[in-house]
Design a protein around this ligand. Structure first.
Ligand code: 5GP
Ligand code: ZN
Length: 113
């Protein structure tokens, strides 16, 4: 989608600090980190939100979680981490290209509030 911020980041039209990339997935540091390590992991193909996951595109979500495990190893997140998806207005989603926050290197409160 030409007017999507994260599609522009994937295309390199908006600069980002890359954490991981493969054929299906791109991951970069969040511009407003909520933890000492805060990456955003996205499928390269545009999916608007978790609401738009289907049997046809769910393989891309599996690829995102394969990337989570790889990043956790490369970043030495052996103490643990949290993966968050915000969906829709009440979920606090502000960018409408599905993404998963990978938060680490501090003790994360539960419930998150
Ligand atoms: P959401 O609130 O939709 O779950 O998450 C969107 C995330 O994208 C936020 O954590 C926000 O800080 C991050 N973000 C928004 N614009 C940019 C940007 O231009 N570059 C980067 N690296 N992160 C961004
Ligand atoms: Zn997009």
């Amino acid at each position: 989608m030409s007017d999507c911020l994260f599609c522009k980041i994937v295309a390199g039209k908006i600069p980002s600090t890359k954490v991981y990339e493969d054929e299906f997935v791109y991951a970069f540091l969040d511009i407003a980190p909520q933890a000492p390590f805060h990456a955003v992991i996205i499928p390269k193909e545009h999916i608007g939100s978790a609401d738009e996951i289907t049997a046809q595109n769910s393989i891309l979500i599996a690829k995102v979680f394969e990337a989570v495990a790889k990043i956790a190893k490369s970043e030495n997140l052996e103490k643990g981490y949290r993966v968050v998806n915000n969906c829709g207005e009440d979920g606090g989603q502000t960018v409408h290209h599905i993404h998963f926050h990978l938060l680490a290197r501090r003790n994360l409160a539960w419930p998150p509030g």
